[in-house]
Design a protein around this ligand. Structure first.
Ligand SMILES: O=C(O)[C@H](O)[C@@H](O)[C@H](O)[C@H](O)COP(=O)(O)O
Length: 267
């Protein structure tokens, strides 16, 4: 793993030679944040996304993490979810359950997935209500600087169009300032109906990690990280700017290949 120093305002940029190396680093990073958070607050509230990020977290299921991580303190949420039944192949809950959660000793009542019997709007409202209850008891921390929850870690994938969670480019969802969880019915990446954390919630987290791999993401990575002028300001991934939290990018060489300063790693 190497650190790229090009645009420090955009967080820490970690570049990996292979997906194996990235997975190892990602598991280490998550385990370290879990330890720090459990020590400090007694809980670890982590929000997952859908897509390749789940399989890239696979190392958490093996040694040493299966023994060293205090899984009993983990509380699982989703930064976005597709509005389908929980046993549907498109469900982000199912993806995480099949590849991760079923292999870890996480307390079932600590897994907070959406209610799949509701409409997208109802599911978003109910999910926000659930999070509000957990903020009240401080299972989920509260931000000192915004009227938002402060998740210990929000993990995001990124699409080739620069979307993160279900915050898609040029959509009014990017303007949502009042809700914690909202919904869309027109996602270009199927399925169209989704619920999503809003930008204020993501930007209030203690830690946000964006994971992007493959050459198809290289242009979006460049627009999200490099100093490329005002036109990139509307890219959802560029709008990830934690107010006081820490932003870390996990990239492989292909996804990082268009970043300024990348050539030093490619020889
Ligand atoms: O439910 C979803 O589709 C997501 O949460 C979405 O934001 C995803 O993380 C990105 O599209 C990256 O997905 P890939 O890593 O599979 O490209």
């Amino acid at each position: 793993m190497a650190l790229l120093e090009s645009n420090k305002n955009r967080g820490e940029v970690r570049i990996h030679e292979s997906l194996d190396e990235l997975s190892t680093d990602l598991a280490d990073y998550i385990a370290e944040l879990s330890e720090a958070s459990v020590k400090e607050r007694g809980f670890f509230a982590i929000a997952l996304s859908g897509g390749s990020i789940i399989t890239l977290m696979r190392n958490l299921c093996g040694a040493p993490y299966n023994k060293t991580v205090d899984w009993s303190k983990w509380y699982i949420f989703w930064a976005d979810e597709r509005v389908v039944a929980k046993n549907h192949a498109d469900s982000n809950y199912k993806l995480a359950k099949d590849h991760l959660l079923s292999k870890l000793p996480i307390v079932p009542s600590h897994v907070h997935s959406i209610n799949d019997s509701l409409t997208a709007e109802e599911a978003a409202n109910e999910y926000e209500f659930v999070i509000r209850q957990l903020v009240r008891t401080r299972v989920v921390n509260v931000s000192d600087v915004s009227d938002c929850p402060k998740f210990d870690l929000i993990l995001l994938g990124m699409g080739p169009d620069g979307h993160v969670a279900s915050l898609i480019p040029d959509h009014p969802v990017l303007e949502e300032k009042n809700e914690w969880v909202t919904f869309i019915t027109t996602s270009p990446k199927p399925p169209p109906e989704r619920i999503t954390f809003t930008l204020p919630v993501i930007n209030s987290a203690a830690n946000v990690a964006v994971v992007a791999t493959g050459s198809g993401k290289a242009e979006a990575v460049r627009l999200a990280i490099d100093d490329v002028g005002p036109e990139c300001a509307v890219l959802p991934a560029r709008m990830i700017e934690p107010i006081v939290g820490k932003l870390v990018w996990f990239l492989d060489h292909q996804a990082a290949s268009k970043l300024k300063g990348f050539s030093q790693f490619s020889n």
